[in-house]
Structure formats: C-alpha cells, structure tokens
Design a protein around this ligand. Sequence first.
Ligand code: ATP
Length: 235
Amino acid sequence: MIDFKNLHKKFGKLVVLNGLDLNIKEGGIFAILGPNGSGKTTLIKCLLGMVIPNEGTITYKNKSVLRKWDYRNDLNYLPQIANFPPNLTVLELIEMVKNLRPKQSNEQDLIKLFGLTDSLHKKLGNLSGGTKQKVNIVLTFMFDSNLIILDEPTNGLDPIALIHLKELILKEKAKGKTILITTHIMSFVDEMADEIVFILDGKIYFKGSVDALKTQTKNDNLEHAIANLIAKQYA
Ligand SMILES: Nc1ncnc2c1ncn2[C@@H]1O[C@H](COP(=O)(O)OP(=O)(O)OP(=O)(O)O)[C@@H](O)[C@H]1O
C-alpha cells in the first residue's frame, strides 16, 4: 500500500533518512519506533508531502505521492504538536476543518466519547494540553479515510481518554484501515501494534511483529527488547 524506496533526507548537514526502504501493506496497526530524533516524524512528513526528500520515491497504492496532493483525501493525520489558532473556539475549529475537507464527517459521537461537549465554546488557547489532544483526535477521526497517521497520539491523555483512543483505533483496524503510529509508550505498542518498524541511523533497523522482536532479542519485555536492539547496534 505504501512503499518508500531509497529515501534520503538531510537538514543542512544533518542526515536524517539515509537510503530508507520500507513497505507497509494494507490493513493493520504499524508502530513506527526509534530514538528521539531518529526521523520518525520526518518519514511521516515525507509521506504527507510536508517534507520533500532529497532522493528516493514514495508510492501510495502504486502511485507516486511526490508533489501530488489527491492521495491526501484518502488519509487522516494527527500531528504531534497541534498548533491550533488560540482565538477560535473548539466548535469553530471543527466547523472550519469540515468546510475545508470535502468529505462526510462524523464528529458528534467523538465529541461525546471524549467528553468535549462542555468545551465546544471555549477558546482553543485556554484549553489544557490533554483537552487540546482530545480535539486533535476528534479532528483526525471524524473523517472516514483508509490511511490513518497518528504522531504521538497518547500525548497528555488521561486513562479514560486513552482507553477510548485505543478502542477507536481498534474499530478502524477492524474496518480494514491502515494505521501508522509513532509513540514512545511501549505498553501501548505491546497492546496495539501488529508490526513494529524501528528506525535507526536513517534506515529501517527492524520490521516485524512484537513477538518476533521479543524472540529475536530474547526479551519478553518490549521496553527492554527495544533497548537491547539499540544496544547491539552501538556495541
Ligand atoms: N525542518 C527541520 N529543519 C532542521 N532540522 C530538522 C527539521 N525537522 C526535523 N529536523 C531534525 O531532524 C531530526 C529528526 O527529527 P524527527 O522529528 O523526524 O525525529 P523523531 O524521530 O520524530 O523524534 P522524536 O522521537 O523526538 O519525536 C532531528 O534531529 C530534528 O531536529
């Protein structure tokens, strides 16, 4: 479904992606992991067309995405840091996004699910971090798309919201959607991911199931299995 080939991205002298190859098949939950600054967000932004790679190709459903925009109608994206206009209310933002996207939206159930009814008329600049993240989630899931990209979706969420988020993701997976998630929360990965994609030194260092990683590293604890993977590389 998504194919990255020989992807290179530098920011000045900093090499972030260095000939990265990755194929993501349709359907399931893929956790994009790697140390801070390893290029997870950069990879996602290349797929979104928000960062242009120096070299390499990216195809989505067998069509190149580079400098094309149509494919974006088929995806929902939750950014790591949502820079919402502080003077708009939650409702005004939802209405604005609905006006911008020519797609059927289903925000009412999500607003209820995340307990946002009482916050609809509050200005975004006055919301707590966790409440902003709930708004971010509503904006992401209110459209029906085949590809869902979540950059650190659990940021600031309380346990109840986290349970709702997990249920939401699993519901989308059950519909056959493809879900890419970056996170540093290993318990979340252990519980949710069908496959781990681990980025190190600008390349894919490991791709496989959570169980395969645990077997390969001979470690049943995912946090330790990942640490073991990195330690081996730098040994
Ligand atoms: N627009 C940019 N200009 C310059 N450097 C950038 C830019 N975007 C990212 N970088 C750098 O590229 C590297 C990779 O950043 P990226 O955000 O992709 O990492 P990440 O794996 O998502 O990190 P984290 O786990 O901390 O979120 C970092 O060193 C970052 O500072």
